[in-house]
Design a protein around this ligand. Sequence first.
Ligand code: SF4
Length: 317
Amino acid sequence: MNKASWNKDDLYQLYSTPFIDLIHQAHLVHRAHFNSTDMEICSLLSIKTGSCPEDCGYCPQSAHFKTGVKKEKLMELAEVIKQAKRAKDAGAKRFCMGAAWRNPPAQEFSKILEIVKAVKALALEVCMTLGMLTLEQAEQLKKVGLDYYNHNLDTSPNYYKRIITTRTYEDRLETINYVNIAGLNICCGGIIGMGESREDRVNFLLQLSKLPKPLKSIPINRLIAIKGTPLEKATIIDNFEFIKTIACVRIMFPESIIRLSAGRHEMSDEMQVWCFMAGANSVFYGDILLTAKNSTIDRDKRLFKKIGIEAFTMQEK
Ligand code: SF4
């Protein structure tokens, strides 16, 4: 199925396809656009941690929950550069930075622009996630060389209200619109396994397909149920449903990089490989993903060697 626009019936049909057939279909789409053994490696650094005024129910950095994450100031430029160089030496092509803000404060914004310029000068692709932006901020980020802006939709419009109450889905869409107008690449995905229904997953994927331009980068996270957050007792989503979701994303977005993001450390090697078969072709490496655990670099290297992914690069096909 290769379509310009998607509807609910299409998505339900994909989810209802026998598992092996769906993965086969997704893998064929994947191979038509990417080398099957390529994996893009990114690094994600928290440059401002904790005490976020938002109440995202999955996030240990929210000031609304007691998770033990300590508040930190915006990281000094020299430290960011040190970390970016380390990531580059370890094979990262893209360096992503996240700040726990509702939106970047005006008094910190010039520092953010300096950070983008300096990381870009290391010949790394630069991605940031800083919360909501104004159009002017998006344009300034573009001007200093930011490549990607990450702003996840997280889930369906309906389910969103049960996960976050301090901002709306429309707020999210507005920032994505500004990012698009400014000419930045959009990185946008979500979290699977927050207790949402399949209908929510279908509606979430449809929302992704309606964004202003085809997504270059789609992070798909599996919820890490963190102690102290409202989702700490969430039931772990069925592995097959998660893999099917990756396959649906691959079929819907044949040319996008699909990032298997949070939750990998809790997956078996075999589970991760199913996700790669279904179309995921990027991971974050590093023991910590913002403030949460991640698969270790050693484990990733061992796994990639076992399955024949040795190059930490992504070649255009
Ligand atoms: S996900 Fe981002 S916006 Fe939401 S609470 Fe965490 S740091 Fe804040």
